[in-house]
Design a protein around this ligand. Structure first.
Ligand SMILES: Cc1cc2nc3c(=O)[nH]c(=O)nc-3n(C[C@H](O)[C@H](O)[C@H](O)COP(=O)(O)OP(=O)(O)OC[C@H]3O[C@@H](n4cnc5c(N)ncnc54)[C@H](O)[C@@H]3O)c2cc1C
Length: 407
C-alpha cells in the first residue's frame, strides 16, 4: 500500500538531493514541486566521486545509463604519502571490485550529473520545477504543509522535503541547532586542462596525497579533457565561506612542508576558489509531522569519504521506497528516518576520523597509517568498505545472467 496524496509533495532545494528525490517520488507515482532559491538550476563546475552505492541508487531510480554517460571509470583509488612523495597503497577498481559491489567507482562532472537529473525531472509529468523560490519557513495543519517564501509567496502541498543543503532554513525551524560547525579546514578547487597536468601524474585514478594537516586530491574528468584538483589544509579559520576566489599563493601556503612532486600540482592550478569545510553533529530528529530533512540538510559531513552526495542519493531512493510502501506520510517518514539515521551518522562521524587518522596525521601516526594500509590486500579492502559501498547492492540472483555490472 502506498501513500496517496491529493496535493504534490514540496521539495525545497534543487541540488542533487532535491532532484533525485523528485525522480524517486515520481517513480512511486507521487507528484512534486521543486522550489529552488536560485534563478536557474545548476551546480558548480567541479568534479564529484561516486562510489558503487551511488550507482546502485541510479539503477534504482531507473537512471543508471544516463548517470554513466560522461563518467570516467578510474582504475584505482591511490593513496600517496605527500611527505615522502611515494605511493602508500591503492585499491584496484577492477572487475573484481565491480563484481563484489555490483557497480563501478567513477568520477563525473557535477554539472553533467546535475544536468542529467534535471533532464529526468523535466521529462516527468509528475515533477514541476520552480526557480527563484527561497523557502524560509513552513506551517502545517495535519493534512497539508505550507512553505513560506522570502518574497512572501506561499505554496501548499501534502508534505515538505528539506533538500536545502548545509544552511537549511527548514532545519533551523525543525531542529534549531544553529549554524554548522566550522572545521577550521579549507578546501581549494581548480579544474585544469589535462595538458597542464604534469605528465607523470596523469593517472587514471582518484589520487589522494596525505600530508600533515593537509591533503591533495586529483582525478581526470570530462572524457580526460580536464583534471579536477581539490586541495585542503588546516588554516583554523572560524568563518564559513563558500566559493570565494582566492590567490594561488594562499593555496600554496598550506603545502610548503610537503614533497615538491605533490606541491607542483598546485602550481598548475588556476582560478582557485575556496570552501571552508563545515559539518554538524548527527541528530536523530529529521521529521516534524509532514516535514522531513534529506541530504546535507539532514547530515552535512566533511567531504573526506567523498560520500555526501552519495548519501543524498541513498536518502532519495529510500524516501521514495518508504512513500511507496507505507499507507500514511507519518509512517513513511518514520520508516525513512529509521532506515537512514544510523548509516548517515556513521559516515558523518567517520569522515572526521579519516581526516584526523588517514589524511592529515604526521610523524609516528603517519607511519602507523602507512604500515596499516600497506598490509591490506584487495580482498581486505572489499571487506573494509563493504558497509559503505555495498549499500543498495541488488541480490546476486537479480543481476542479469548472474553477472555483476561491468563497464
Ligand atoms: C569540496 C567538496 C567536495 C565534495 N566531494 C564529494 C564527492 O566527491 N562525492 C560526494 O558524494 N560528495 C561530495 N561532496 C558533498 C556533496 O557536494 C554534498 O553532500 C551534496 O551536494 C549535497 O546535496 P544536497 O542536494 O543535499 O545539497 P546541496 O547540493 O547544497 O543543494 C541544496 C540546493 O538547495 C538550494 N537552496 C538552499 N537554500 C534554499 C532555500 N532556503 N530555499 C530553496 N532552495 C534552497 C541551493 O541553491 C541548492 O540548489 C563534496 C563537498 C565538498 C564541499
Amino acid at each position: 500500500m502506498a501513500v496517496t496524496a491529493q496535493r504534490p509533495f514540496l521539495i525545497a532545494g534543487g541540488g542533487i538531493g532535491g532532484l533525485a528525490s523528485a525522480i524517486s517520488l515520481a517513480n512511486h507515482g507521487v507528484r512534486s514541486i521543486v522550489l529552488e532559491q536560485a534563478s536557474q538550476f545548476g551546480e558548480i563546475g567541479a568534479g564529484i566521486q561516486l562510489g558503487p552505492n551511488a550507482f546502485n541508487c541510479f539503477d534504482a531510480l531507473g537512471f543508471g545509463a544516463k548517470a554513466r554517460d560522461g563518467a570516467v571509470f578510474i582504475d584505482k583509488l591511490r593513496l600517496m604519502d605527500a611527505v615522502a612523495g611515494e605511493e602508500i597503497c591503492h585499491i584496484p577498481l577492477d572487475d573484481a571490485f565491480r563484481a563484489h559491489f555490483s557497480n563501478p567507482y567513477a568520477v563525473v562532472h557535477r554539472g553533467d550529473l546535475h544536468g542529467a537529473l534535471l533532464d529526468a525531472c523535466n521529462d516527468s509529468a509528475l515533477v514541476e520545477l520552480r526557480t527563484s523560490q527561497r523557502v524560509c519557513s513552513y506551517d502545517q495543519d495535519g493534512t497539508t504543509v505550507t512553505a513560506r517564501m522570502a518574497d512572501d509567496g506561499v505554496v501548499t502541498g501534502a508534505a515538505l522535503i528539506a533538500c536545502d543543503g548545509l544552511n537549511s532554513s527548514i532545519r533551523q525551524q525543525l531542529v534549531g541547532d544553529g549554524a554548522p560547525r566550522v572545521s577550521g579546514h579549507t578546501t581549494y578547487r581548480s579544474v585544469i586542462p589535462t595538458e597542464q597536468m604534469p605528465d607523470d601524474l596523469r593517472w587514471n585514478a582518484a589520487t589522494l596525497w596525505a600530508g600533515p594537516k593537509c591533503h591533495i586530491v586529483h582525478y581526470p574528468l570530462k572524457g580526460w579533457n580536464v583534471f579536477n584538483l581539490v586541495v585542503t589544509y588546516h588554516n583554523d579559520v572560524t568563518e564559513a565561506v563558500a566559493g570565494q576566489p582566492v590567490s594561488k599563493s594562499e593555496v600554496q601556503r598550506g603545502f610548503e612542508h610537503i614533497h615538491p612532486r605533490a606541491q607542483q600540482i598546485i602550481e598548475h592550478g588556476n582560478d582557485w576558489k575556496l570552501w571552508v569545510l563545515c559539518d554538524r553533529e548527527p541528530t536523530a530528529h529529521w521529521i516534524d509531522g509532514r516535514v522531513a530533512l534529506l541530504g546535507d540538510a539532514a547530515h552535512p559531513m566533511l567531504q573526506y569519504f567523498a560520500q555526501g552526495a552519495c548519501m543524498a542519493l541513498e536518502d532519495a531512493v529510500c524516501l521514495g521506497q518508504m512513500v511507496g510502501t507505507h499507507d500514511t506520510i507519518d509512517r513513511a517518514f518514520a520508516a525513512y528516518q529509521q532506515e537512514r539515521f544510523a548509516r548517515t551518522a556513521r559516515v558523518q562521524v567517520m569522515s572526521r576520523l579519516i581526516g584526523d587518522y588517514i589524511y592529515h596525521p604526521a610523524a609516528g601516526m603517519a607511519d602507523l597509517r602507512n604500515a596499516t594500509m600497506q598490509a591490506k590486500t584487495p580482498q581486505d579492502w572489499f571487506e573494509t568498505l563493504d558497509w559503505l559501498y555495498g549499500y543498495g547492492r541488488p541480490p546476486q540472483s537479480s543481476l542479469q545472467g548472474g553477472q555483476a555490472y561491468v563497464t
